[in-house]
Design a protein around this ligand. Structure first.
Ligand code: G3P
Length: 219
């Protein structure tokens, strides 16, 4: 399972990279705005800085346009920044057209805002490299987000789609574990959620005991 970090914060990305388990980054307009980045040139520059940190890792950069021509124009500009850029396209009618266009041109895409298996199927048919089902946001409205991962996984397996399942809106460690059990290719989440996988009280108490026993062995 690949771990992507869901942030546009360079310090957090660097920290995740330094941990040695980072496979990529996903961003969205809300996350970019949170970093206070303004203006097209600064946005493109910021994406380049992200790419520089993650090396070979994929970096999802989202288009803002919602019409086909606009998405194509923005997507080509984003793809030009770096070979690791994956153009993030919303699950709307023109988005599906744009995914097909990019796919034919060899530009990789991540279809975002996926909330149903039908949407995932459509994106995969159009040639999306990734689909991003939003697990946490479905849970927020009393719908089982993990169940959606299971459905998409079954469908993609039935037809050997190469599209990767990128579980997004991942909010806690059990989301990661459940997605891993179901074979999701990627989980994207904040660094804090990745770090929460570290924790177990028996690890803490066990280490404490080892260290106190070691003290007894010192001459
Ligand atoms: O990658 C999508 C993600 O940013 C959404 O997460 O927590 O805002 O639902 P959240």
């Amino acid at each position: 399972m690949k771990f992507f970090i869901d942030t546009a914060n360079l310090q957090e990305i660097q920290e995740a990279y330094d941990l040695g388990v980072l496979d990529g980054v996903t961003t969205n307009p809300s996350l970019m705005a949170k970093e206070g980045i303004k203006g097209k040139n600064n946005i493109l520059k910021h994406y380049r800085s992200i790419c520089d940190i993650v090396g070979d890792g994929d970096v999802s950069a989202e288009v803002i346009a919602t019409d086909f021509e606009g998405m194509v124009r923005e997507g080509e500009e984003l793809a030009d920044i770096h070979e690791t850029i994956v153009v993030k396209v919303p699950m709307i009618r023109d988005g599906v057209k744009a995914i097909k266009y990019f796919s034919d041109k060899g530009i990789r895409t991540n279809c975002t805002l996926i909330f149903s298996s039908g949407q995932a199927l459509l994106a995969a048919k159009a040639g999306a490299s990734f689909v991003s089902p939003f697990v946490g946001r479905l849970d927020d409205i009393s719908t089982d987000g993990i169940e959606l991962i299971s459905q998409i996984s079954d469908i993609f397996t039935n037809y050997d789609f190469e599209t990767e399942i990128l579980a997004a809106s991942i909010r806690h460690p059990m989301h990661i574990i459940k997605c891993a059990e179901l074979g999701a290719d990627v989980a994207t989440c904040p660094l804090s959620v990745i770090l929460s996988l570290l924790n177990h009280p028996l690890t803490d108490s066990g280490l404490k005991k080892f260290l106190s026993d070691y003290e007894k062995m010192k001459g």
